[in-house]
Design a protein around this ligand. Structure first.
Ligand SMILES: [Zn+2]
Length: 262
């Protein structure tokens, strides 16, 4: 398969979910083999695992927070090379999902390039466990994610996405970030979630969803979205079946570090 980029530059703007402040991102085509690279304040920040600074609330690369929804959109569309100029400290949260990024990238046009993709092919099982959470990679002919979560109020949810038969745009990209009302108050005290609202998150109260979910199992779909957004930090596509149980950004990043030998 050939590498891909976009055919023309475009910009998007919006508030960050944590800072509440406006950011602008400008995405431009990039040369084959160059990968995904952020530019901020004159600095070049490759979208690679060694640039990860924080995984507590989203994945932050050096000076750029909440990169995973934008990166999930690029990975889901099979884009390998891209330059992303960022003005602000956070990628805009948009509607809390990856769909606005997918729509904008498709509108800009996705084009094949001369070079072939250089996938990391998993040929033996790799497993990482941390308390009740685990991630397991198994050999597979394509890319597949099987995710199980267990959250308060929601209970157990499981979802499987197979890139060979599934449609990322329809099944995964629209799933929004989610949070609990109680947690929201705590986050606000810590100076986080200043931009969070019912317009950019699926909110849960004690008895269930406060706003209408887009899928009956939207939270687990969003966990797949986040995982895909983290996997791009490998710097090459992954050919494997990923089995995730209660995993989050920290464990995702630890697995990618291990696979990258970092
Ligand atoms: Zn997320």
């Amino acid at each position: 398969m050939k590498q891909k980029t976009i055919s023309q530059p475009f910009s998007l703007s919006g508030i960050g979910i944590h800072s509440g402040e406006e950011s602008i991102i400008t995405l431009s085509p990039a040369l084959p083999g160059s990968g995904i690279t952020f530019f901020k304040d004159g600095r070049k920040i490759p979208a690679l695992v060694d640039q990860v600074k924080e995984t507590r609330r989203g994945t932050s690369l050096d000076g750029i927070a909440v990169t995973e929804h934008l990166l999930s959109a690029t990975y889901g569309l099979g884009i390998d090379n891209l330059e992303i100029k960022v003005i602000g400290g956070e990628i805009p949260i948009m509607d809390g999902s990856a769909l606005p990024f997918v729509t904008a990238l498709e509108k800009a046009g996705i084009v094949e390039q001369e070079a072939d993709k250089n996938a990391l092919v998993i040929d033996h099982p790799v497993r990482i466990i941390e308390e009740k959470a685990s991630l397991e990679l198994l050999p597979c002919h394509g890319f597949k994610v099987d995710f199980m979560v267990d959250f308060p109020v929601i209970g157990e949810e499981r979802c499987c996405f197979d890139s060979r038969t599934g449609d990322f745009k329809q099944e995964i990209a629209p799933a929004r970030t989610f949070g609990y009302i109680d947690e929201y108050e705590l986050l606000k005290e810590q100076g986080l979630a200043k931009g969070a609202s019912l317009n950019n998150a699926l909110v849960l109260g004690k008895d269930g969803y406060v706003n209408a979910p887009r899928f009956p199992d939207e939270p687990v779909r969003h966990k797949i979205l986040d995982l895909i957004g983290d996997l791009i930090l490998l710097g090459r596509p992954l050919q494997a079946e990923v089995r995730a149980v209660r995993s989050g950004h920290r464990l995702n990043i630890e697995l990618i570090r291990r696979l990258s030998g970092k």
